[in-house]
Design a protein around this ligand. Sequence first.
Ligand code: PNS
Length: 159
Amino acid sequence: MVLIYPGSFDPITNGHLDIIERASAICDKLIVAVGNNERKKYEFSTSERIKLIRLTLGDRDNIEVTEFSGLLADFARKTGAKAVIKGLRAVSDFEYEFQMALLNKSLEPSLETLFMMTSVNYSYLSSSAVKEIARNGGNIEGLVPDCIKDIVAAKLAHR
Ligand code: PNS
């Protein structure tokens, strides 16, 4: 089974990494799909976001990291993935994710959305929080993967 894990990953956090590790353990192939929406303002460019994920993951046999733009349902159709996997941190994520799952299902009826609960130690974590902390000179250790911590901190310092 091929699963798609879509997101902005602006930047990847330890919460994303947790879902990637656990999701890739239960499928044949996990496609980490990095959204590139022209109307969205990202702190890191698409190639930077992909690079940070690849640095974090190294070489993994069953994980592919790739950019996608346009509708997720179209991307899923192109890749042949049967399902999308999303992480849920709290009840507050549910309403938005429920809407997205139903919209994607109406666009591509064969596409399932699966939800994986975040590990409890990452339930408070988001890319936005990481950016806010780093911009203000706070310590992001433990929030993002160790190997990208300095790159993320340097890019965001005093922005
Ligand atoms: O990490 P994010 O910012 O929550 O990720 C958002 C993402 C990329 C998963 C979401 O914006 C998305 O699925 N974009 C593709 C556009 C789409 O298909 N939208 C659903 C129908 S309106």
